[in-house]
Write a protein that binds this ligand. Structure first.
Ligand SMILES: [Zn+2]
Length: 255
């Protein structure tokens, strides 16, 4: 049996969520599509537990998603739900208009931001948004991270830019993100909020998020010395970034 529930999205748009009873797989086009999404939901759940264990997520903050290949859809964490309790059935499947395809729970209020990123960047197959403390400290002083390390540029891009402040869960934040992410970088700092990290796979997104936090901490420590901070040489930066762009091209072709 299907029921519907209306709820207010963060930007005050009303959407309709399908509530699917337990053990009642929904049938679409004559096939059980619930099982089609299980792999993606499981990836998101595993990532939630990994990040919780490693201390990158606290309580219910942040959100995680992965692109459903060939479906114009993505799997995303529900809104305000304890990561320790997260199960496969709790993960929401939405289309790029954030309309629920399969969703028992209210999806994350940042679903629009994730959808906008998937639409803008074909190479992105997984997104992690956290409020991790060291990068969030840079979000408060609006300090972008320049090209400090070879591996930073290789995986995160030429630099970690600041995306100007917009309230959480709004189309303003979605649009601010969309207008910044075309430069091919994989990590961004959201002013007075947290971070947004991309990956061609969910494993790569986890790696990139951890790398961002290491770079943020190191940069903060260096800033404290008030001495001149050196960057990697320009030609090396460009070589490393070209390698990242090669990866992105390959991931773009997977859609
Ligand atoms: Zn947030």
């Amino acid at each position: 049996m299907l029921e519907t529930l209306r709820y207010a999205q963060g930007d005050n748009n009303l959407d309709t969520v399908k509530i699917v009873e337990d053990n009642q797989p929904t049938v679409k086009n004559g096939k059980d599509f619930m099982s089609d999404f299980t792999h993606y939901k499981q990836e998101v759940v595993n990532t939630c537990h990994t990040l919780l264990e490693r201390g990158y997520l606290k309580a219910t903050e942040g959100n995680i998603s992965t692109r459903v290949k060939g479906e114009n859809a993505f799997a995303i964490t529900p809104s305000s739900y304890d990561y320790a309790k997260m199960k496969v059935d709790d993960i929401c499947i939405l289309d790029y208009e954030t309309k629920p395809i399969e969703s028992k729970m209210k999806p994350s209020i940042e679903s629009g931001m994730h959808a906008g990123a998937y639409q803008t960047r074909a190479d992105v197959h997984a997104i992690i948004h956290t409020h991790q403390p060291y990068a969030s400290a840079l979000a408060l002083i609006k300090m972008p991270i320049p090209a400090l390390f070879d591996e930073q540029v290789r995986f995160l891009g030429r630099g970690v830019d600041i995306i100007p402040y917009a309230p959480s869960g709004t189309s303003f934040l979605k649009n601010a993100v969309k207008s910044k992410i075309n430069n091919g970088n994989n990590a961004y700092i959201l002013q007075n909020h947290g971070v947004l990290v991309f990956g061609g796979t969910i494993e790569q997104a986890i790696h990139n998020m951890a790398l961002l936090e290491k770079c943020a901490l190191t940069y903060l420590l260096a800033l404290l010395t008030e001495k001149k901070i050196s960057k990697i040489p320009f030609p090396i930066r460009e070589i490393m970034f070209a390698k990242l762009r090669e990866d992105e091209k390959k991931f773009s072709e997977l859609n």
